[in-house]
Design a protein around this ligand. Structure first.
Ligand SMILES: Cc1cc2nc3c(=O)[nH]c(=O)nc-3n(C[C@H](O)[C@H](O)[C@H](O)COP(=O)(O)O)c2cc1C
Length: 196
């Protein structure tokens, strides 16, 4: 059965480049027979977490729960990750995300895109214990790339498109293997709901 992947686009503005890149990744993944869904956090409009639930949360929690792996597309804002995904993570816990693989994609209109990766890798994983895979994508000059779906060897973004296809297959490998790992009886979220 095709792996179920949830793409989350983490911009806090309408019609973001994050969303456009997410739509490209969705169609590239579908060509590889993956089963992808996309959630735009701008559309969800999840409030800043105040240690209480929100009307928007149950639907998003269901989508997070049924997915076997995630792609988080995070725009670089002020030299770091836009806070939308970090805010969403405060609503989650290990029972939703524990030992599921995450592919990080950092994007920038300029020459950046690395900071959102560094930022997201360094903080937030301790309690929900999702698994950030070592392969990531940095997409800079985002307005100029992935404008068409066809693979044109002469196009400047040809190598980027090949790498996207490669990395989606790697994510799929992590999904298959971590699905097995999550079946293990050793995993005990009741005794260990938080990480150290
Ligand atoms: C408040 C704000 C801060 C930004 N800071 C950066 C930055 O530090 N580095 C960068 O490369 N782009 C920065 N950008 C531009 C984004 O790269 C650009 O908006 C791009 O389209 C990706 O974001 P989006 O998904 O919100 O469209 C910033 C944009 C905004 C609105």
């Amino acid at each position: 059965m095709a792996s179920k992947i949830l793409i989350i686009t983490g911009s806090s503005q309408a019609n973001s480049q994050s969303l456009r890149i997410g739509q490209y990744i969705k169609s590239a993944g579908e060509k590889l027979d993956l089963n992808l869904d996309l959630v735009d956090l701008y559309e969800v409009n999840l409030p800043i977490f105040l240690n209480q639930t929100a009307n928007q949360w149950p639907q998003l929690a269901k989508q997070l729960s049924t997915a076997e792996g995630y792609i988080w597309i995070i725009p670089e804002w002020n030299g770091g990750a836009n806070p939308s995904i970090k805010n969403m993570l405060l609503y989650t816990d290990v029972t939703l995300l524990g030992h599921k693989p995450v592919l990080l994609i950092g994007i920038s209109a300029g020459k950046g895109g690395f900071y959102p990766i560094m930022d997201t890798k360094s903080v937030g994983q301790k309690d929900p214990r999702y698994v950030i895979i070592p392969d990531c994508l940095v997409i800079n000059r985002c307005q100029e790339v992935l404008l068409t779906n066809n693979l044109d060897e002469q196009a400047e973004d040809y190598q980027l498109k090949l790498r996207i296809n490669y990395i989606l297959k790697i994510l799929n490998l992590y999904i298959k293997n971590l699905n097995n790992l999550r079946q293990s009886k050793i995993i005990d979220y009741k005794t260990y709901p938080f990480g150290m």
